[in-house]
Write a protein that binds this ligand. Structure first.
Ligand SMILES: C[S@@+](CC[C@H](N)C(=O)[O-])C[C@H]1O[C@@H](n2cnc3c(N)ncnc32)[C@H](O)[C@@H]1O
Length: 407
């Protein structure tokens, strides 16, 4: 029996933490989530004038060695003018404000190129009195210049929706090793507790070593992703989980909704899910969404984005068993003009059921990862009512949903 593609605009997954992933412009319609977000973090293009890429590992060998990745376009950070860029940002900021509930927090991540302009925009949209912090994220990675001081920080503007905003700094204590207190005098009190003390402006400040210490507005303890960092997805401009963990933990409670309308590789959504928060993540790049999909496959993900790869072909079989069908992926070809063919062209695949609203409900998933470079060729599909279907996400960024042809 042959296989044909079916039109599909949404896929759903089984998992513990619920989240939505959308192929949608940050300026688009998010009114379905109006007033529901506890935290919105935006990491938009920085106005660099450059193009960015996804380094996609190919096949079992490619995943084992990291060699010869496919370089796929991810997104462009080129705007006709700064005014164009700021118009795009303004619409996204207005959406961010609309999404937040009254106790919510907003974080905007930029660098020195656009931060000053964005600060004025945020003052206008959120109100100057709702400005909370300008966080400096300082890191050591990247090149060094001899012509000026090298740029070694990003700026994260933090605004609240209203005076009722929720903020819990005790959720983000610093490990003691991060605290630089060598300039203070070390003492021990009558109970044997050690502390450090310093005099400044006629006052004496005392800090007990066994008391927690919390971050200030300069974050130098979170390092950028190193070249061989296991977190790396291959998506340019990916941010570290530690940064998003801090933002999410101090501004939300378990079960709250965290939104990111420029989600890229999905770091915010992954950190939200990791910390038991729900997520809403959107991006205009399908390359980005496929990376996110893989990071979020363990969650109750709903991915809304059309599928289809007109020239692709699939060969697979369902082998009937007791309570389960064994789905066997035999071959996939993305179509002519694609140098990589066969199962090497498959990055992720799922089995599930296709419903008459054009939704694919995944029951089991397989994906290539650093820890498991080989793609499992068999997946089990429970024998439930519905039309069995297979979803392929290939290395070129295509997703396609397949049904068996009627005999
Ligand atoms: C700096 S990257 C985000 C990186 C992300 N924080 C991560 O950790 O991977 C910016 C993202 O914004 C997306 N983007 C650019 N313009 C957009 C728009 N108008 N609406 C939604 N996403 C957009 C790009 O595709 C890119 O993935």
């Amino acid at each position: 029996m042959g296989w044909v593609q079916a039109p599909c605009h949404q896929e759903t997954h089984l998992g513990a933490t619920a989240g939505d992933l959308l192929l949608r412009d940050a300026r688009g319609d998010f009114s379905a989530w109006k007033g529901q977000a506890q935290c919105v973090y935006l990491d938009p293009p920085f106005l660099t004038g450059e193009d960015y890429y996804l380094r996609m590992r190919v096949g079992e060998k490619g995943w084992e060695t990291g060699k010869n990745p496919l370089i796929l376009p991810a997104y462009s950070d080129r705007y006709d003018s700064r005014a164009d860029y700021l118009a795009m940002l303004r619409a996204a900021l207005e959406n961010a404000k609309m999404l937040l509930n009254e106790t919510g927090s907003f974080f905007l991540h930029l660098d020195s190129r656009a931060a000053a302009h964005a600060r004025l925009l945020c003052d206008e949209i959120f109100g100057e009195s709702n400005f909370v912090n300008e966080i400096i994220w300082a890191y050591q990675t990247g090149g060094r210049s001899m012509k000026r001081f090298s740029s070694k920080h990003d700026v994260i503007l933090f605004y609240r929706k209203s005076r009722r905003h929720y903020f819990n700094i005790t959720a983000v204590p610093l490990p003691r090793s991060e605290i630089r207190s060598n300039h203070m005098r070390r003492c021990v009190d009558e109970n044997g507790r050690s502390y450090r003390t310093i005099q400044s402006g006629g006052k004496t400040y005392t800090y007990y070593d066994d008391e927690p210490v919390y971050p200030g507005d300069v974050w130098a303890d979170v390092s950028h992703l190193q070249q061989k960092d296991p977190q790396r997805t291959g998506y340019d401009t990916q941010k570290p989980m530690a940064l998003l963990n801090r933002i999410i933990l101090c501004s939300t409670r378990p079960g709250d909704l965290v939104c990111d309308l420029f989600c890229g590789s999905g770091t915010t959504a992954a950190a939200a899910a990791h910390n038991g928060r729900r997520y809403l993540a959107a991006d205009i790049s399908m390359a980005a969404l496929n990376v996110c999909r893989k990071r979020l496959l363990h969650t109750a993900l709903t991915l809304t984005a059309p599928t289809g790869c007109p020239d692709a072909t699939l060969n697979a079989e369902f082998i009937p068993g007791i309570a389960f069908h064994d789905a066997h992926l035999i071959r996939y070809d993305p179509g002519p003009d694609r140098p990589v063919t066969g199962l090497d062209a498959v990055d992720q695949w799922s089995v599930g059921f296709y419903d008459d609203r054009g939704v694919f409900h995944a029951q089991a998933n397989a994906a290539r990862r650093r820890q498991s470079p080989a793609l499992p060729e068999m997946l089990q599909l429970p024998q439930l009512r519905g039309t069995p279907a297979i979803l392929i996400a290939d290395i070129y960024g295509n997703r396609s949903v397949w049904l068996q042809e009627e005999a």
